[in-house]
Structure formats: C-alpha cells, structure tokens
Design a protein around this ligand. Structure first.
Ligand code: IMP
Ligand code: MG
Length: 174
C-alpha cells in the first residue's frame, strides 16, 4: 500500500490537530457548538480533531460529491446526505480535509448560511496554496501544501487510500 512519498507524517498531523483543538477549545468555550464534517474525506480529521477539543460539542455529518472518480474538480456539488439537526442560532464549525478549488466550501457556506447559524467557521487540515478559484476564509488551517494531488488520512484516489495514517503526495505520473 506504499504509494507516493510522505508529505505529512501521522505524528505531524496529530501535533497540529492538538494545536488546532486547543485554539478551538478557547474560542468556543461556553457556546452551543456543532462540528460538521464533510464526508467522506473529513471522517478521520473529525475523529482526531474532536478528541483534541475539550468541550461538550455536538457532531454531525454532511456528504457531498464534487469529484466522481477523477482527480480534477468538476465544480458541481451534490448533497448526498444533509445534516440531521437544525443549526439556527448554534455555532457551526465545518471540519474539512482539504480546500482545493474552494468550490465545495463555497457551496456549503451558502447552503448553511441561509439556516441562520449564530456563527459559521471552517477548520481544514490542508489548504492547497494559491489555487482557490473563490476566496475562502478558513479560520483554522492545519497545513498549507503545494497544489498537487495528495492521498491518505481520509483523502482518496478513486475511493482508495483513505485509511493511510499519513498524507502522501502522488507521483506526478501516477
Ligand atoms: P474543492 O476543489 O476545494 O471543492 O475540493 C473538493 C473536495 O475534493 C475536497 O473536500 C476533497 O474531498 C477532494 N480533494 C481535493 N483535493 C484533493 C486531493 O489532492 N486529494 C484527494 N481529494 C482531494
Ligand atoms: Mg472533502
């Protein structure tokens, strides 16, 4: 299952998530907070980041699709699974694996804003540098990475490699 070269190790990921969790704990103290992970990619970030947040937060999931099996964004976002709960007047923190073109998040932000949350912010483990097609304000950023295709730690290539415990960069001819 070795593929590509390690870009960010499991230890580095955990260390950074601990720092992000500490910041989130400080910022959301005393607030009715709902963490929303975007499936499938963010399932691992959610599990690990949530354990570093020392507050009684609520957790929910959305599933969206924008890629199909290709490695290029289509710009088309479909909601495959919506939230189970209402978010009006609650503090919502979207937990994302990666911000690439930003199109998925732009769509999600628009979709959630109309439900009138008390606040709506984003925590993303990875942000690809300089290729967002729309400006996205990510409050908690794990790592900025070059705009290459990466896999592991929730991120897939045609559905596979999500279970790699670290982030690997695909070889450019892969
Ligand atoms: P967007 O281009 O910012 O809309 O990214 C949409 C989604 O595509 C992300 O949430 C990921 O699930 C997926 N994605 C983007 N870049 C990569 C990558 O390098 N590897 C694997 N999945 C990716
Ligand atoms: Mg995703």
């Amino acid at each position: 299952m070795d593929i590509g070269k390690t870009l960010i190790s499991a230890e580095e990921i955990d260390q950074r998530l601990a720092e992000m969790g500490e910041a989130i704990t400080a910022d959301y103290e005393g607030k009715d907070t709902l963490l929303v992970a975007v499936l499938k990619g963010a399932f691992m970030v959610m599990a690990d980041l949530a354990r570093h947040i020392k507050l009684p937060v609520d957790i929910d999931f959305m599933a969206v699709s924008s890629y199909g099996a290709a490695t290029q964004t289509s710009g088309v976002v479909r909601i495959l699974k919506d939230l189970d709960q209402e978010i009006a007047d609650r503090h919502v923190l979207i937990v994302e694996d990666i911000v690439d073109s930003g199109l998925t998040l732009r769509y999600l932000l628009k979709n959630l804003e109309v439900r009138k949350p008390a606040s709506l912010e984003i925590a993303a483990l990875l942000v690809k540098k300089g290729i967002q097609r729309v400006p996205i304000d990510v409050k908690y950023v794990g790592f900025e990475i070059p705009p290459d295709f990466v896999i592991g730690y929730g991120l897939d290539l045609a559905g596979k490699y999500r279970n790699l415990p670290y982030i690997a960069q695909m070889e450019s001819d892969a």
